[in-house]
Design a protein around this ligand. Structure first.
Ligand code: NDP
Length: 269
């Protein structure tokens, strides 16, 4: 029996996940198929239940359902608990396991693919939404010397930092006007790029050999252009997308796919 997986979102037609998982399955010889499924905005839970009844083995979950997926899971990983959101569901005989692979995907892309050592580095994380929340714990686990969360609504960044701050004196948060030092790694986890906007960064935000990372992928962004103009190296979020998918694949199938040819294939496309 071929195992069936799906990604649920709304909208979902743009999703590259079916392509990525088909490539992983081909590469590792797994007998599985993976589809994109549009869930109605008010019908996520029913859509997942119907999929389980049809024999679905697991699912990815994207905007706007990650918090609902968190609530649907009967058992959750520690990183999902800290993120408050779930992007991967595994259907088990006794319930639904929920995980969040976004942060691990970002760290794998930064450290493994881009060769950026995070230990001892000063990291600026822009944004306080779902994407930012999901990556804080995995970033802290890399032992940076400082992690500052900046957000347009400063109170949201401060509340977010507080929820992670037990014993973490390296973690701080506030508005963009509070940025006074430079950073080695600057990560854009805001939705500003979607609207063609640039968060209000100071000109001296990048250290001498800084990396600017935009979680958005598929097009150049005002943030990446700003970073290039200020001498920083740049990377988009395509590697993160493929790495978070690989982490989900590993959870479901117990095999780690080779992500490098899949990232190359998507870039070429
Ligand atoms: P949310 O809507 O949850 O969060 C939006 C955040 O962006 C908030 O902090 C908001 O600030 C901030 N923001 C929005 N517009 C602006 C602006 N014009 N200037 C400054 N800040 C702004 O989005 P997500 O967290 O879900 O996603 C953020 C980005 O990450 C998206 O581009 C998404 O595509 C990408 N992403 C990429 C992934 C990958 O695998 N590569 C995985 C997950 C997400 P405020 O609180 O003040 O409103």
């Amino acid at each position: 029996m071929t195992d069936v997986y799906a990604v649920f979102g709304n909208p979902i037609a743009h999703s590259k996940s079916p392509l990525i998982h088909a490539a992983f399955a081909g590469q590792t010889g797994q007998d599985m198929v993976y589809f994109a499924r549009l869930a109605p905005l008010e019908g996520f839970r029913d859509a997942v239940r119907a999929f389980i009844a049809e024999g679905g083995r697991g699912a990815n979950v994207t905007v706007p359902f990650k918090e609902q997926a968190f609530a649907l899971a009967t058992r959750r990983s520690g990183r999902a608990e800290m993120a408050g959101a779930v992007n991967t569901l595994k259907f088990e005989p006794n319930g639904i396991f929920g995980d969040n692979t976004d942060g691990a995907g970002l760290v794998r892309d930064l450290v493994g693919n881009l060769g950026v050592e995070l230990a001892g580095k000063r990291i600026l994380l822009m944004g306080a939404g779902g994407a930012a929340r999901g990556v804080i714990l995995p970033l802290l686990e890399q032992a940076p010397s400082r992690l500052f969360i900046a957000n347009r609504s400063a109170d949201k960044a401060i509340a977010l930092a507080r929820s992670f701050s037990a014993g973490q004196d390296i973690l701080a948060a506030g508005g963009y006007e509070q940025l006074s030092a430079s950073f080695d790694v600057v990560i854009n986890a805001t939705a500003a790029s979607l609207a063609g906007d640039l968060p209000p960064l100071p000109d001296d935000v990048f250290s001498g050999d800084a990396l600017a990372y935009d979680m958005m992928y598929g097009r150049d962004t005002p943030f990446l252009a700003f970073a290039r103009d200020h001498g920083a190296e740049t990377a988009d979020g395509l590697g993160m997308l493929v790495e978070q998918a690989a982490e989900s694949f590993y959870l479901w199938r117990g095999i780690r796919p080779n992500t490098e040819p899949v990232i190359r294939m998507l870039r070429a496309a």
